[in-house]
Design a protein around this ligand. Structure first.
Ligand code: S3P
Length: 266
């Protein structure tokens, strides 16, 4: 019995050490983020995470409960990313742009880097309606789909620190843009019609271009939308020829450096 009491005491001590270590780790994470931001240093350092993971795997070689410890560390790393993201972005990051501009790819990568929640608007609407975008357009009509987009954006007012990946047509309604801007920074991703064509040519989930998949049609529709896209954007990022990491680096650095400044759509 006495031995059991002693073991329980030891366990409590471990918990105390864990608790204070975690609190200290979180504080340091905040300090590193603040330092990087203040000194305009690169925020994204995926290689740093790789280094930690390699160190961990090596340190856990032949250790008991290696997988369990690894799981805990993965959670710790995810928490650090969340702390970092909340410190950097106390607003939603709203990605807009033409079909195939890279909104989904970039939002999913941002969510890996910062453990931020992503609201993929097309996906949410598809789930809610229980049918594909093409079926929504065919059965209910485009206006119905557009109303669903507006409703979802209004719901986003109760969220912060979320990446919202809009549908290509979402910023065409002025009221949608007003909703985006209430608690979000709007990032326009652009690409040349030829690049867009290459990215969308094999997909069949976009009713507006399904029967017109060619560079001329894409260029024409893009031009018709250009003014509205640019008017909605706080920041514009071209994506042609850039890697996902390069686009995210540019996006983060411009959000941190330009947010609140005069609009730059050059
Ligand atoms: C649309 C773009 C699509 C989807 C719907 C309408 C548009 O989203 O919302 O097909 O009007 O440009 P993606 O931009 O994600 O393809």
């Amino acid at each position: 019995m006495e031995q059991l009491e002693m073991l329980r005491d030891d366990l409590s001590q471990c918990d105390e050490i864990l608790l204070s270590t975690l609190l200290m780790r979180n504080r340091i994470t905040e300090q590193i983020t603040a330092y990087e931001e203040a000194n305009h240093l690169p925020i994204l350092q995926p290689e740093q995470e790789e280094k930690t993971k390699k160190w961990l795997i090596k340190s856990l070689e032949n250790k008991r409960h290696a997988q369990e410890v690894m799981d805990v560390f993965n959670t710790v790393i995810t928490c650090s990313k969340k702390i970092q993201a909340r410190k950097l972005f106390d607003y939603n990051i709203v990605l807009i742009g033409f079909m195939g501009a890279g909104k989904s790819t970039i939002s999913s990568y941002l969510s890996t880097l910062f453990a931020m929640d992503v609201v993929e608007m097309d996906e949410v609407i598809t789930r809610r309606e229980g049918m594909s975008i093409s079926d929504i357009f065919e059965i209910h009509g485009e206006q119905y789909f557009r109303d669903a987009e507006t409703k979802l954006l209004i719901e986003m007012q109760s969220r912060t620190n979320v990446v919202i990946s809009c549908g290509g047509g979402t910023p065409l309604r002025e009221c949608n843009v007003a909703e985006m801007k209430k608690n979000g920074r709007v990032v326009l991703l652009t690409a040349q019609p030829e690049t867009i064509y290459e990215r969308v040519k094999d997909a069949h989930n976009r009713p507006l271009i399904e029967n017109n998949k060619n560079v001329d049609f894409i260029a024409d529709l893009m031009e018709k939308r250009r003014e509205k896209y640019e008017a909605a954007a706080d920041i514009v990022i071209t994506t042609d020829g850039k890697s996902t990491l390069e686009i995210c680096e540019e996006l983060v650095s411009r959000l941190l450096n330009e947010t609140g400044k005069v609009k730059d759509i050059g």
